[in-house]
Design a protein around this ligand. Sequence first.
Ligand SMILES: Cc1cc2nc3c(=O)[nH]c(=O)nc-3n(C[C@H](O)[C@H](O)[C@H](O)COP(=O)(O)OP(=O)(O)OC[C@H]3O[C@@H](n4cnc5c(N)ncnc54)[C@H](O)[C@@H]3O)c2cc1C
Length: 323
Amino acid sequence: MTSDSFFEKPKNGEPWDVAIIGSGPAGLTAAIYTTRGARSTIVFGGTAWGGQLMLTSEVDNFPGFPEGILGPDLMNNMRKQAERFGTEIRNQDIESVDFSASPFVIHVNNEQVLAKTIIVATGAATKWLGIPGEDKLRGRGVSSCAPCDAPFFKNKKVIVAGGGDSAMEEALVLSKYASEVTIVHRRDAFRASAAMQQKVLSNKAIKILYNTEIIELFGEQKLEKAKLKSTEKGEWEMPIDGLFVAIGHIPQTAIFSKTLTVNEIGYLVRNSQDGYETATNIPGVFTSGDVHDHHYRQAVTAAGFGAMSALDALRFLDMEKEN
Ligand SMILES: Cc1cc2nc3c(=O)[nH]c(=O)nc-3n(C[C@H](O)[C@H](O)[C@H](O)COP(=O)(O)OP(=O)(O)OC[C@H]3O[C@@H](n4cnc5c(N)ncnc54)[C@H](O)[C@@H]3O)c2cc1C
């Protein structure tokens, strides 16, 4: 028990009040709320603890940091805040959950951990291009979030990779800041909706390269140029300051999708009922952040959902106690 915590941790074999799966902004915010709500809380943070913001440098749109903050620093702060109130955080990936048991049984590293409620906050992973130079330059010109990073590219040259609605949205956001926006798409037509395509095609600041692939990125401290390849022109290099990869996300739901309801693209479905806005189809199991939110995908919205799911779990536990 830390000096600021309000509960005793469960002894061997006893269930935790709340188990949170995922340690991004959603999971750690949920933990701050459930521990301050005097409920014993364990976070399975994953081997890649901290989530997507660990992959970026400057975060300029999270409230409370007027000069911005580095993504990993923000996540370290959230972790410390959750630990201050007694959250136990394990950097482990859970393997499965038995949702039919009561309490729920979490399987992790040959151990079984019991929990009365579960908050799933496993996020969604960006699909990257997987080309040489991309990993090294992530957060140094390579991004996957125009609403997050577009203002850093004022009067700069950027490429957007992709051909769906997300790529169109990223290009439109970037066109407000960048001097040149080029959408690079490997096919001969976009798969984006007609309305989104029309907006892009009528935007004079956006150029389009069809039948073109980005095959390599170059730069030391920051992105400097991309090598492109097209059926028509062969290979050539283009000086650029930014690359926005918009070829999709993979919601981290594979281990739950047999039991928890997911939509056609694999995101958890919120089953809001009885005032529980973050409920899933299983009573006592809640969802939080990018794992269900395909639309907003922001740290602050994930944190907001974290607070909502925690308040739902706290109320669920209180109601159980009364019954
Ligand atoms: C490069 C980049 C830059 C970004 N910049 C910004 C920005 O400037 N501002 C902004 O608002 N947003 C930004 N975003 C978006 C923001 O990071 C996400 O919206 C936010 O992190 C979502 O939070 P989350 O908690 O829902 O999920 P995530 O951050 O994805 O965290 C999910 C967590 O779940 C864990 N996990 C997954 N599976 C398991 C498992 N089986 N067991 C245990 N743990 C598991 C993962 O390890 C991870 O820790 C950026 C995203 C990227 C990729």
